[in-house]
Write a protein that binds this ligand. Structure first.
Ligand code: MLZ
Length: 265
């Protein structure tokens, strides 16, 4: 997996340091992922965070599961760590006196929801409570410094975890910049975001760390030199070989190819 990208070499080449693992809201040893495809659980609807819905595990990658909300389409899959507070065992909602909600984009008439729910749950493979791990505590302070390297979820292609650099720090927020992608995927997030990981995370979980985009090397060699990018340097498409590798790993354990990876180029 890491035959293509090696952090040790990359850190040396770019003369940079990795952000210490204590800076992240992640457990030192990534939690075990014992979920299986087809299991059902309760999840907060990412598009309507206050509502709790039924979700099915449609894939697993490292310490994350790929989820699809029951009654929704297959274009809004999302990934959660097994120690995320966004997911919980079936029955949690009811215990708290709350009702399970139809997801945003529920494809049928809302009046059919109670029956749909009953049918969906009856005889289903319910994820056992012990598969849900406790969320690690929040580090007390934002200690990130500009230039520190890390691994981060690409929010436009959330299957991908990629090499990134802290581009800016403001109060409780950090600016995540993706190496070699000229800013197209960068975002601000809280320092305790569950989408950012210490260097080496993917290696520990078995996730495939995406290599930096093809602007990375040139940028690091010419650090401090400003000149317009040549046409071929400005492209966001990684070398063909890597695309092929990415796509074959994507289709593993998933039910359809990722549309979003094409859309965002
Ligand atoms: N749309 C691109 C994926 C880019 C991923 C970048 N991650 C920081 C492609 O399909 O190649």
């Amino acid at each position: 997996q890491s035959d293509e990208f090696n952090w040790d070499i990359y850190l040396k080449e770019t003369g940079s340091v990795s952000a210490p693992s204590e800076y992240f809201r992640q457990s030192k040893i990534p939690p075990a992922n014992d979920f299986r495809i087809g299991m059902k659980l309760e999840a907060h609807d990412p598009r309507n965070i206050a509502s709790v819905c039924i979700a099915t595990v449609v894939g697993m990658t490292g310490a994350r599961i790929r989820l699809r909300l029951d009654g929704s389409d297959n274009r809004n899959d999302f990934w959660r760590l097994v120690d995320s507070t966004d997911i919980q065992p079936i029955g949690t909602c009811e215990k708290g006196g709350d009702l399970l909600q139809p997801p945003l984009g529920y494809q049928m008439n809302v009046s059919s929801w109670p029956m749909f729910l009953l049918r969906t749950l009856s005889g289903s493979d319910v994820a056992p409570a012990l598969l849900f791990k406790k969320e690690p505590p929040k580090p007390p302070l934002n200690n990130f410094k500009i230039g520190m390297k890390l691994e981060a979820t690409d929010k436009k292609n959330p299957y991908f975890i990629c090499p990134a650099t802290i581009g800016d720090v403001k109060g409780d927020e950090v600016y995540i910049t993706f190496d070699g992608w000229s800013g197209a995927f960068d975002y601000w997030c809280k320092y305790d975001s569950r989408d950012i990981f210490p260097v080496g995370w993917c290696c520990l979980t078995g996730d495939v760390l995406q290599p930096p985009g093809n602007n990375a090397e040139k940028k690091s060699r010419n650090r401090g030199v400003t000149r317009p990018l040549k046409k071929e340097e400005g492209t966001l498409v990684p070398p063909a070989k890597k695309v092929t590798k990415t796509q074959s790993s994507l289709s593993e354990g998933t039910q359809q190819p990722m549309q979003s990876s094409q859309e965002t180029v």
